[in-house]
Write a protein that binds this ligand. Structure first.
Ligand code: UDP
Length: 695
């Protein structure tokens, strides 16, 4: 009707040119026969809102209730205050059923297995997930090393890295329906005999040719990091040769590290794992130490070699400096802070690291656009905390509905996902929020604001998950006694500054701006959780928001601006972008002439440009001007109030030496970050975003 079109016109005007280009190329539905568009952006938001709100009816809600919720869902999306991850936008209400972005698929040491967890079962699972737009993560550590025996054929094993190549080629071929490049995370734990091959799988001569559809990460443990600092030796263990195969061998370490408690061993392992015929435990009643575990492995002849941890670490650092790979996953940190730790040990994450998941689990994401919550009060910019809380509420409900609306491609994925109902509410537009508030990204105030925002969002999301539990029940695997409240292990802001050795303190201004956060009552939250239950095993996650931030027209995730002007290379073509906030400031200072813009565009930054106003030079800090420790600080504070992972790239200048990467990796571990990735400018021939404009 006419009235409707009026609404469409107005809201579509919120979309930038780049947003429209991306939507048109990949998201808006077309008639399969004529290839003509059959929806506008507003119709897309409506399609998603309607589809996800209709879930409520299966919980006994009336048509009217569902309609009201649909309006709310539509509103937060069309106002670009919140967007769900790409698969939800693309696939809601269509024939393709996957609405989630993140998956972890197990790979056991066998071609195929009866329960569908062998190498080629995993390959098949990957193909169906990619086909519909999901990203997949794998831990390859259970596979026997290269050169090991294969009993059935009396042959020789080719090792995990060669199998990874098959996964890589398959990813190329499937290409996510032509709309999105398939993405993978390949993990190998640091004790695996092939770890050296793995570390070098994408570096040196191989860097722009091998495993191009993989991010790779080494799974490291505290014992390893400690050995690095002491330059101690660590063992490499053949997972096939030990009675405590890969996974279980790690359990011994897990126990020693204390994230599996004695109580838990008694209560859960003995009954449940025994019943499932799972693990072999030599002395279930006793927590054994790493050394004891090693004695066992040694007796079994499973230890193939002792290597210097420091040397291994330096190889990792060299690779990352050279090519960005491998990153690190801190397996102990991940498991220590995993709320449903009693369901097993996490060994891998999805491609960008924001979702550490158990085998077969999936998670759907969505992100709040922080920029939209900067409002003017008395002529000054401030934060609309009430509006933020309100948006979080509907966002969490929307994400929870995605789990019911999802059509899962495999039974195992459906079972594992519905058991924990993990959702991941994240953010985008942090950098632009900071600019609007006049706070430099690389300042203690900015990090403090991040800390407070993370805490606020986590609190509100958790609260809403309790509310939904009251109405629809807790996630099936919820155990009010065993569930771990992650805020109890969150580091304080001061602690974090101290680890990095920063003496500055947050200003009175920023404390006043965020004082509402200090009033949040987490004890009450815990009481409510115990009383009413919890709908989702995890509620938040910080995703990269690579595409949805373009649709929202804001900066991605918690990253600083990449460049004030740059060329963006995406599947559908090249885009030249000048940051609109930057342009606004140029106008304010009457500097918006083509000569100035052209000059800025050459490097993408203005930090060294003495002709630019000082205020602008401070506020418009780009990724490579931000010192590495400030990248880490933002990641660390968001991670404290996050029950899953925080995706972030520690962007480095091209000239940074390997020592910087080493420092970053060690500091990341100490700050309690779950995973870390660096990217040194120009270290790969293909970059998604280039600095400045190439002449
Ligand atoms: N992802 C994927 N292919 C891609 C980009 C992303 O499979 O080309 C998956 C991957 O699991 C990643 C997650 O989507 O970690 C979230 O990425 P992002 O936030 O950039 O996605 P968006 O929703 O913005 O498209």
């Amino acid at each position: 009707g006419k009235g409707k079109w009026k609404e469409f016109d107005k809201r579509d005007l919120l979309l930038t040119y780049n947003a429209l280009k991306v939507l048109e190329a990949r998201y808006l539905l077309k008639d399969p026969n004529t290839l003509r568009y059959i929806e506008t952006p507003q119709m897309m938001f409506r399609r998603v809102a309607k589809f996800l709100a209709s879930v409520e009816k299966s919980y006994g809600k009336s048509d009217n209730d569902a309609k009201q919720l649909e309006e709310k869902f539509y509103e937060i999306m069309s106002e670009l205050k919140f967007l769900p991850n790409t698969p939800t936008l693309m696939n809601s209400g269509t024939r393709l059923g996957i609405l989630s972005a993140c998956f972890v698929i197990p790979v056991r040491d066998s071609m195929i297995t009866s329960n569908g967890e062998g190498i080629y079962d995993a390959l098949r699972a990957m193909a169906v997930v990619h086909q519909q737009g999901g990203g997949t993560g794998f831990d390859f550590s259970e596979l026997r090393p290269k050169g090991d025996i294969v009993a059935s054929t009396a042959g020789v094993a080719s090792g995990p890295v060669s199998f990874m190549r098959i996964f890589d080629v398959s990813t190329d071929v499937v290409k996510q329906g032509g709309k999105r490049r398939g993405a993978n995370m390949g993990v190998m734990h640091v004790w695996h005999p092939d770890i050296d091959d793995f570390i070098k799988a994408k570096t040196g001569q191989l860097k722009d040719t091998q495993l191009q559809n993989f991010n790779i990460s080494v799974g490291v443990y505290d014992y390893f990091m400690n050995a690095v600092e002491r330059s101690d030796v660590v063992p490499l263990v053949n997972p096939r040769k030990t009675k405590i195969p890969g996974k279980e061998w790690e359990y011994y370490i897990a126990k020693a590290r204390g994230y599996i408690t004695e109580d838990w061993i008694q209560e859960v392992i003995l009954s449940e794992l025994e019943e499932k015929g799972g693990a072999v435990y030599l002395d279930e009643s006793k927590i054994i130490t790493v050394d004891e575990a090693l004695v066992i492995a040694e007796k079994e002849g499973a230890i193939t070699q002792w290597v210097n941890a420091r040397q291994l670490f330096e190889e990792i650092v060299k690779g990352a400096w050279d090519s960005g790979d491998p990153g690190l996953l801190f397996i102990d940190t991940i498991n220590r802070r995993h709320p449903t730790w009693y369901l097993g040990k996490i060994n891998a994450t999805n491609p960008c690291g924001e979702e550490p998941l158990l085998p077969w689990e999936s998670c759907n994401l969505g992100s709040i656009n922080l920029e939209k919550f900067v409002i003017e009060r008395d002529g000054k910019p401030t934060i609309d905390w009430d509006g933020l809380a309100e948006t979080i509420k509907y966002a969490v409900r929307l994400l929870d509905n995605v789990i019911d609306a999802n059509r899962y491609p495999l039974k195992q994925i459906e079972e594992a996902t519905k058991r924990t109902r993990k959702v991941g509410l994240g953010v985008m537009g942090l950098a632009r929020m900071l600019i609007k508030l006049g706070i430099p990204y690389d300042s203690v105030d900015a990090v403090y604001l991040s800390y407070q925002l993370a805490k606020f969002i986590y609190y509100q999301a958790f609260k809403e998950s309790i509310e939904i539990a009251k109405e629809k029940g807790s996630f099936p695997a919820y155990d009010s006694k065993l569930y771990r409240d992650i805020w109890e292990s969150a580091k304080s802001f001061d602690e974090i500054l101290e680890i990095v050795g920063i003496k500055d303190k947050p200003s009175e201004y920023i404390k006043r701006l965020t004082f509402i956060v200090d009033k949040l009552d987490f004890d009450k939250l815990k009481e409510d959780r115990i009383k009413y239950g919890l709908r989702n095993a995890t509620v938040v996650s910080v995703a990269p928001t690579g595409t949805i931030s373009i649709i929202a027209g804001t900066s991605s995730s918690i990253e600083p601006l990449f460049a004030l002007a740059f060329i963006r290379n995406v599947a559908v073509g090249k885009f030249m972008e000048i940051d609109p906030l930057f342009l606004e400031y140029l106008r304010k200072y009457e500097l918006d002439n083509p000569e100035v813009v052209k000059k800025v565009a050459e490097t993408g930054m203005i930090g060294d440009n003495l002709f630019m106003p000082k205020t602008m030079r401070k506020i418009f800090r780009t990724a490579h001007e931000v010192p590495p420790e400030y990248h880490l600080l933002h990641q660390a504070v968001w991670q404290q109030w996050n029950d899953s992972g925080t995706s972030k790239t520690i962007n480095l200048k091209s000239e940074e030496p390997p020592e910087t990467v080493e420092k970053v990796y060690l500091l990341a571990w100490k700050l309690g970050i779950k995973g870390v990735t660096v990217y040194r400018d120009k270290s790969k021939s293909q970059q998604v975003i280039y600095f400045g404009i190439k002449k």
